[in-house]
Design a protein around this ligand. Structure first.
Ligand code: GLA
Length: 669
């Protein structure tokens, strides 16, 4: 466990609620009233300035930070700390007018125009220079301000949009040259003799579109990650140079958005943040919990929900409002999964602009909307729970592996339009989460010791170094479970010259004979019960006497009839399991129960009724549990032993939770 938790700001509360505030949109005379209302609602943080470039630098080289000094000072007077966003997702008109090469060019060759956002080109040297300048000026000015606790770089990293211009193509070619050294090497790795793709010089290599070579496409994604990392680093460097090390640096990500590899881009950040929006409909606690755990896994530490939905958004199909109590449940769920802050986007609607009718905490008239009441209640509860959460982090015995490279590789060649690797990840998460009550989602390259069970539902790209890493884990006593399509490709997105699961065939004592995209479900049964294989099925064949078959296909397409679908084998001090089919929900759940039993996984809290989610954070000599009831009826929870109910402020042995009900339980046992 981490000795210090970087998101718990020294001298501040352990868990915070805040909002995204845009003082530049309002007369200064109004600010005090905004902040008074925030303070009354127990809000502790504002994120500011991430779209205020034209106000901070109204013309080239003329910096106006006085207004922001005053806004930050006034916030501090109301016991609110500030997080500064660098404004580089919104370059001002004078900039794009004077330096048109800073505007992104889309895949069809069209240059972006001013008046939108994320219109800058992340690969333009000129744009980088201008971004560096504003970030540096901000860091010089605010880097020692005691009321500025940290920085957010850019905003949602321009959705990872790339510029399809000559400069970018040349950078890509140079990047490829640095990676492959010789064209011969590149041609071999990408098998360019196929369709006469052979490259004779680096300048011939195109920026890929959808019909290009899978090796080229995967490298373009890596280059995209590299570009946005460099874009981010350009600003981090100047902030780190001038700012107090106490100030954190984060980036706001978007859950499973797959524009770049989030493990890599998160590396230089103090911690990761994400923007948690439901959009149409209502929170799916499994999907939302999974996404919190994904974000926590970017750096394997606590994170922030730096934006979340204040009732409704403006960009979904139906911008319905969250039910009363739903946002409070979501805020507590975030904390349970390792968030140390939840910020509502946004405080007050701008009177004009693209997001005029997005949800807010304060209406255009400057008075609270009813939703603020719920935020205020939740923030008051956060106040009450500070001590319980100080120094705590989630700790898990089960890890799910999520790899961007494997995700992209499968996306490029889905083989069936129904293949959805994230849905598969979610189905294993949904089945395992209630059994373990805490799951980490991590990169396949993350250290795995300490986990009793590691499940990799989609490790399509599994080169030798990764196989060695996984085998070492199994050898030392871990249980590795692989899903369908595992270990088909190497890091160049080339097929491995073995059958699946590639370098793991010997350890598994079995291999995949043939794979099938399914147009209809096929029966499947065995020691785990019976049901159907859906979407995808692989025919496995064992070649070791101790490789056990736990599920077989029934009568299906002839090829799969009576063939193995699920194989497990002891290996070293541990075990390796391969599940070659996408199983229906009932069988997925049976498989999860088998995995948990086989690996000695028990729920960290103990049994809870259906619809109740338990999460745990662990600190020095204490455990703190967050219970949230997502069922439409009340639920009674019996505790494993007496604990302190932190919100109810009394010792309890049972808790009664209404729909969307929450309790925080502190155990020092
Ligand atoms: C994103 C952005 C915000 C705002 C919200 C609206 O998360 O970061 O600036 O546009 O969406 O939902």
């Amino acid at each position: 466990m981490e000795s210090s938790v970087p998101t718990q700001i020294p001298g501040q509360n352990a868990i915070l609620i805040g909002t995204d505030w845009y003082p530049e949109q309002w007369p200064e005379s109004r600010w005090e009233e905004d902040l008074r209302l925030m303070e009354a609602a127990h809000l502790k943080v504002v994120r500011i300035a991430e779209f205020a470039w034209s106000t901070m630098e109204p013309s080239e080289g003329r910096y106006e930070f006085g207004w922001l000094d005053r806004a930050i000072a006034l916030a501090a007077k109301h016991h609110i700390v500030s997080v500064l966003g660098t404004p580089t997702a919104g370059p001002p008109a004078w900039l794009t007018q004077k330096y048109p090469e800073t505007l992104r060019i889309d895949e069809n060759g069209r240059r972006a125009t001013h008046g939108i956002r994320a219109h800058g080109s992340s690969s333009s040297p000129r744009y980088r220079e201008l971004c560096r300048r504003i970030a540096e000026q901000m860091a010089i000015h605010f880097g020692r301000n005691p009321n500025v606790v940290g920085w957010q770089i850019d905003n949602e990293y321009g959705y990872a949009l790339m510029s399809y211009d000559d400069i970018t193509r040349k950078q890509f070619q140079d990047w490829l040259q640095a990676k492959y050294k010789t064209l011969e090497n590149l041609n071999t790795r990408w098998t360019t003799s196929y369709w006469s793709q052979t490259y004779d010089n680096w300048a011939e290599i195109p920026i890929p579109g959808e019909s290009h070579n899978p090796g080229l496409r995967l490298d373009w994604k890596r280059f995209t990650t590299y570009t946005w990392s460099a874009y981010q680093q350009n600003q981090i460097d100047v902030i780190r140079k001038h700012a107090d090390p106490r100030q954190f640096i984060t980036g706001n990500f978007m859950g499973f958005f797959d524009g770049f590899d989030h493990y890599l881009i998160s590396e230089p950040l103090t911690f990761a943040s994400w923007d948690d929006y439901v959009g149409t409909g209502h929170v799916d606690p499994i999907a939302n919990g999974l996404t919190h755990d994904l974000t926590r896994g970017f750096k394997k530490q606590n994170f922030w929900v730096i934006e979340t939905q204040p009732g409704a958004v403006n960009w979904s199909n139906i911008n319905n409002f969250q039910n009363r109590g739903e946002a409070r449940a979501m805020a507590w769920q975030a904390i349970g999964h390792g968030a140390d802050d939840v910020n509502y986007w946004q405080w007050r609607s701008a009177l004009n602009g693209q997001e005029e009718i997005h949800g807010v905490l304060v209406g255009p008239d400057g008075t609270p909307v009813p939703f603020l009441e719920e935020v205020s209640q939740t923030a008051g509860e956060f106040d009450k729970a500070q001590n319980a959460f100080r120094g705590t982090v989630p700790v898990s015995e089960v890890a799910l592996l999520y790899s961007y490279e494997s995700h992209w590789a499968v996306q490029y060649q889905k083989h069936t339009e129904k293949y959805d690797d994230i849905a598969l990840l979610k189905s294993y998460y949904g089945a395992l989460r209630p059994l373990a009550q805490s799951i980490d989602v991590v990169s396949p390259y993350a250290p795995l010791d300490g986990y009793k069970l590691v499940v990799a539902p989609n490790l399509n790209v599994l080169p030798k170094d990764l196989a060695d890493h996984l085998l070492a884990y199994v050898h030392n006593g871990g249980h590795l479970v692989l899903g369908p399509r595992s270990a088909m490709k190497d890091e160049f997105n080339s097929l491995l010259p073995q059958r699946q699961p590639g370098f793991l065939i010997d350890a598994l004592g079995a291999r995949v004979e043939q794979y099938y995209a399914l147009e209809k479900d096929f029966p499947i049964s065995g020691a785990l019960g019976s049901g159907v294989a859906t979407v995808w099925a692989e025919q496995l064949k064992t070649n070791a006497p101790d490789a056990q078959v736990l599920l077989k296909y029934g009568k299906s397409n002839g090829w799969l009839d009576d063939q193995a679908a699920f194989v497990t084998r002891p290996y070293g001090k541990g075990r390796i399991t391969y599940i070659g089919a996408i199983l229906d929900d009932k069988l997925t759940s049976a498989a999860a129960q088998w995995m948990a039993k086989e690996s000695g996984i028990a729920p960290v809290f103990g049994p809870v009724p259906d619809g109740v989610e338990v999460s745990r954070r662990v600190g020095e000599g204490k455990q703190v549990f967050v219970l949230v009831n997502y069922a439409p009826e009340a639920r009674e929870v019996t505790l494993p032993h007496a604990m302190k109910a932190v919100l109810a402020d009394r010792p309890v042995e049972n808790v009664s939770l209404p729909p969307y009900g929450v309790e925080v339980l502190l155990s020092t046992k």
